[in-house]
Design a binder for this molecule. Structure first.
Ligand SMILES: *[C@@H]1O[C@H](CO)[C@@H](O)[C@H](O)[C@H]1NC(C)=O
Ligand SMILES: *[C@@H]1O[C@H](CO)[C@@H](O)[C@H](O)[C@H]1NC(C)=O
Ligand SMILES: *[C@@H]1O[C@H](CO)[C@@H](O)[C@H](O)[C@H]1NC(C)=O
Length: 451
């Protein structure tokens, strides 16, 4: 062998890939972190449009599975994917990224909402996330359209397993799901009344986090909220109030598209005046890193693991769906919550550092609710709420209506307070602790000594 061929051989050897076992990088989506089930639920028999879902069975069910509650999570937007909730907020595995490492990894979430309950994420409406809209015309343009599709999808899901039929269903969601959650809840109650028991859905309650529900009332609260938080001065408060009045006036006139634009102008000005990184949490120096979810879900291998076609392009939020629902934004669904609070149970919770759909914004429409219990609710004690002895927030409850303020959290409550958000949802569903039906003494408030 010449020295040249030796050199060639050497360089070839050097460029050989190392043996398979050493080269094989760990799977992007390890088996133990896969959902129990995932795939597509049809929304009507005549099209291929379908809602994408991921389902995680309860980790430690405290009852037989046929009695274990089922939580459904709906993301907001309009147009954002529930995979954000799944992999960045309340699912059992959340994305994390080590600095200087390209790959996004999954880490167990100690505050997952599927500890005691089954947890179903739906990419809603069609056209969102991995959900399929066969034609753009099929994407709903109002809440009744959204609810019809959701009803079909949830019915199909319940049909997947005989034990699902009897499980109590709680519909939960965040932000623009402050519209979707009441809409599907209301639709289920109305529809159940016309259906034989075998076709009804077993709705047990609804929960809304940092929701947009009665937009005209809510848009009018930004100026005072920011002013009394010390984030804007009196002159800026007046400027903001003018913009708010325009949004309210356009809503009153039913000029829906312009009303949505006017609300956006309010939020844009507030952001501009305060210079904050995000209105979702006034404490944050950088926005929530939800783009990590997109990064995680983009490789073909990951899509394949979830039963998604490799040709599907995942977007955190769909502009097409956002546009379809543009005229829906300022329409109120408060009357649906009023119906739900009479016929079911309702939890409204807000992370207290949110400047978009926060505590003041929610309380403004709650106190205007047409419900025979509202005066008693307004008079009910706002209890100090502790988790493991530490201050977690405040809970006010009367009858079927509960309101929780989550301290140390912005718009994405489960991201910021995983364990407290888990305690909140478990205690609300199971009606214990501060959410107990009967008035209980201080024993439930936990450790209260001096420290
Ligand atoms: C499970 O249920 C029992 C009986 O209802 C209750 O005492 C216990 O606290 C529950 N455990 C959890 C983790 O909720
Ligand atoms: C709606 O409001 C916009 C902005 O003020 C205005 O230009 C438009 O003419 C209004 N449309 C109707 C139908 O009143
Ligand atoms: C707010 O808007 C004004 C006028 O468009 C601009 O000059 C200013 O830089 C903006 N301020 C911030 C903090 O973005």
């Amino acid at each position: 062998m010449t020295s040249l061929s030796l050199l060639l051989l050497f360089s070839l050897l050097l460029h050989q890939p190392p043996p398979i076992s050493a080269a094989k990088s760990p799977p992007l989506f390890p088996k133990e972190s896969l959902p129990t089930k995932s795939g597509y639920l049809p929304i009507n028999p005549t099209t291929n449009s379908a809602i994408f879902y991921t389902f995680y069975e309860a980790q430690k069910p405290n009852s037989s599975l046929s009695k274990t509650p089922l939580l459904i999570w709906l993301q907001g937007g309009p147009g954002c994917s529930s995979m954000m909730g799944n992999f960045y907020e309340l699912g059992p595995w959340r994305v994390s990224q080590t600095p200087n490492v390209e790959q996004v990894a999954l880490e167990p979430n100690s505050g997952s909402w599927n500890r005691l309950f089954g947890l179903l994420f739906l990419d809603n409406p069609i056209g969102v996330g991995f959900s399929i809209a066969e034609t753009p015309e099929e994407i709903p343009r109002d809440q009744d359209g959204v609810a019809k599709h959701l009803f079909a999808a949830v019915t199909a899901f319940v049909g997947l397993d005989p034990s699902f039929k009897t499980r109590p269903i709680y519909i939960t969601g965040e932000s623009y799901a402050g519209k979707y959650v009441p809409a599907i809840g209301y639709y289920v109650l109305k529809k159940n009344a016309q259906l034989p028991p075998s076709k009804q859905l077993n709705l047990a309650g609804v929960a809304i986090g940092n929701g947009l529900t009665d937009p005209a009332t809510q848009v009018a609260t930004h100026a005072v909220n920011a002013y009394f938080s010390g984030l804007i001065n009196d002159k800026q408060k007046n400027q903001l109030e003018k913009l708010q009045d325009e949004a309210v006036e356009l809503t009153r006139k039913g000029n829906w598209s312009a009303a949505t634009d006017a609300r956006n102008a309010v939020l844009h000005s507030l952001k501009n005046m305060t210079g904050l990184a995000t209105l979702y949490d006034f404490r944050r120096l950088i926005p929530y890193e939800t783009s990590l979810v997109t990064k995680f879900l983009s490789p073909p291998e990951v899509k394949k693991s979830l039963g998604v076609s490799e040709s599907m392009v995942y977007e955190e939020c769909s502009d097409v769906v956002g546009a379809a629902l543009h005229e829906d934004v300022m329409k109120s669904v408060k009357y649906m919550v009023e119906f739900l609070v009479k016929e079911s149970k309702v939890l409204l919770y807000q992370g207290h550092c949110d400047l978009r759909d926060g505590v003041v914004s929610t309380e403004a429409w709650v106190k205007e609710m047409k419900w025979e219990g509202i005066e008693k609710f307004m008079e009910a004690e706002r209890k100090v709420w502790r988790v493991n002895g530490l201050l977690a927030g405040y809970v006010q409850k009367w009858g079927s209506l509960s309101h929780a303020v989550v301290l140390g959290a912005g718009h994405l409550v489960p991201t910021d307070q995983p364990v407290n958000s888990q305690a909140m949802i478990e205690d609300w569903v199971l009606e214990r602790g501060v959410f107990a039906s009967e008035q209980v003494g201080d024993v439930c408030l936990g450790f209260q000594g001096e420290i």
